[in-house]
Each structure stands twice: as C-alpha cells, then as structure tokens.
Design a protein around this ligand. Sequence first.
Ligand code: PMP
Ligand code: GLN
Length: 386
Amino acid sequence: MPESKLPAVGETIFTTISALSNKYTAINLGQGFPDFEMNNGLIKCVYDAMKDGHNQYANSGGSLKLRAAISKKILNLYGSIVDPNHEICITPGATYAIYTAITSIIHPGDEVIIFEPAYDSYVPNVKVNGGVPVLISLEGPDFKIDWDKVKSKVSARTRLIIINSPHNPTGTILEGADLLALQAIVKDTNILVVSDEVYEHITFDNKKHQSVLSFPDLFSRSFAIYSFGKVYNCTGWKVGYCVAPAKLMREFLKIHQFNAFSTNSFVQEGLANFLEDSAQYLSLSVILQEKRDFFSKLLSESQLKPLPSLGTYFQLYDYSAISAKKEIDFAKQLITDAGVAAIPVSAFYQEGKNQSLLRFCFVKKESTLVKAAERILAFERTCAVL
Ligand code: PMP
Ligand code: GLN
C-alpha cells in the first residue's frame, strides 16, 4: 500500500450518520437535504434540454448562456459586474469548486486560516495539497469571529482564509462589518479568500446575505462558491459554480480542465432557462424560516434547547439537560432509541470538541418534522423515567 495522503481521515460524518439512520429506519435530520419535491418547472427545463440535444460536452468553463444568467443575477443581488467569459466557472457541485480553488493556489507549507466548526471538506482539501491548516475555534452560542485574533494568526506563510456564510453547521452569518474587517486584514498582503456562500439565499429574520462580491477589494482576491443544489432543493444534482477575478479564474480552470473538464450540459441549459425567474430563489428564505420555526415550536416542550439560526438548512440544539454523553454517542443513541438522526457538531472540529450540541436539518416536509418531534419527545419521557 502506498503511504496515505490523508492518514487521519476516515468516512465523513454524513456517510456514517446516514448509514446508521437507514439501518435503524430513523428519520434522517442529519445530512442536509430536503425530503420534499423539487420544482417541476426546473425538471421540465432540464428534460426539454435533453430532448433538444444538449447532450454533448459543454464548454469547459460552463455554458455561456448559464454564465451570462449568473452574471446578471450577481449584478442584481450584489451590485457587482462579473465577466461571464472569464470570471465564472460551472462545476460539478460546490464541494468540487472549493477543492479546485484550494488546489489551484495552495503550495506545500502554505498556511490556511480556517474557522471551526468548519464544513468537513476544508481541512482535508488543504492537507492533500501540503498546506497547513491554522485553526481558529469559534465559541457558541453566537460563534462570532474575533478579527483581532485572526490578525494575530496571520504570518508570512498565510496564503488563504476560508470563510463560510451563512455558516454550516452553526447557522450564523457574517455581517457587512465582518467582511470589512477581513478586507482590512488582507489588504496589501498575498492572502487570498475562499468564500463558501452556498446558502446565499437562505437567511432568516430579515437578515441580508453579505457576499464578498459586494466588496470590490475583497472580491479582487476571492473565490466565491455557490451550489444550485441549495438554490433549487436538488442536492443530488451536484451542480455549482465558482466566481473569481480573471487572474484567479485562469488558475482555477487549469485544475478544472484536467479533472472534470466540464459539467453536464443538459442541466446547465435547463438551469440557464430557469434562472430568469428570480422569484424561485428569492422565496427560499421565507419558506425555510417557516420550517425552522415550525420545528422549534414542535420542540418547545423538549429539553433540547435551540441556539439561534440565522440561515442555512440547520439549527443547533443543546442536549445537556438530557444527557452527559459525548456528542457522537448521544447522536447514536438518538438514532437507536428515538429513531431520529442528527449530526454531532464535534465532527466539524479537528480535535472533536464536545459541547453537547447536535445539528438538525429542518428542511423537511411538515409531516416529517412532526413525526421526528414526536419521537424525540417520547424518547425524552423514557429518559425521565430511567
Ligand atoms: N459548502 C457547505 C457549507 C455545504 O453545506 C455544502 C453541502 N451542502 C457544500 C459546500 C457542498 O455543496 P455541493 O453539494 O454543491 O457540493
Ligand atoms: N452539506 C451537507 C451537510 O452539511 C452534506 C454534504 C455531504 O454529504 N457531503 O449536511
């Protein structure tokens, strides 16, 4: 066997929890995916695109029609002019785009600042390229970034800072002031930014998503990353895109052209036709906020205590009033004894920090959420008797 490039890496928590959830026929509120039907209009657009012959290789950077539609959307939402020919690449999902961005710029020994809890692909993506993750741990319940601390972690070797807002798993968001603070830190340095904005359309309580695309100095050194799976409730489609200034996009495309080369053509054509209707993605926040509130209301009598969620598919719940178990053990118990799956937040920390927090995905049919809440409450009653 060759020496592993990622010796410390095992199966992702999403695979582990989904497998257990299936084994015990639990309700899966772990991995983030909707369980309701996606938009039929988009399905028709994609079907029509196949029938119309969009079945051969797309342009390596992506369908120009789709890139033009994305550029228009960015101008409307973030007020920034992005060249569809040289500053957008369509990718097989956002995870792929994050990996490609990191691979295109990280050399062995380069330091990358990553905030924990962190989406689980960031650290392995850095390590596989020989980079050195510099981890900054955020503290609940608000998980705010202390930018003075970030400044103190910057060294001559810092090459990249990865941000994610709205944030998975905590559901927190970055405000304009955060992006201005980041912009000031990276000014006149060689530091680049990967901004994971896959939940751009999912913010709650009248909060507005702040994109690096709205801050010209920041955008001049950023890769901004998006996922259509999150925009149109079709996570299994695995189609996303990266937006970056032309000089960075050139490097991104060098890696992309020898990896996927291009993304499936009929989905791109279907999306290009469907994207015109902004009402679809602009209504997402309202629909999902209702789901967040519906689920937390169902759990109002529960000992699980919600932390604030201002965006994403997720809300964290503190279970310390029910159990003193480690997060992974309590998550397993919830699957086997209650029949509900959730993700232990410790999985988003390299050192597996335990804070008695589980991440629940509330992007489900009301009937699913009702059933899950009933099971949780029944489980709590058995705990009280024991
Ligand atoms: N970034 C974050 C923060 C995510 O939660 C996810 C997963 N949904 C992704 C990236 C990956 O998106 P995709 O499924 O398009 O690869
Ligand atoms: N982004 C999804 C989540 O956080 C999972 C993606 C995956 O399974 N890798 O639940």
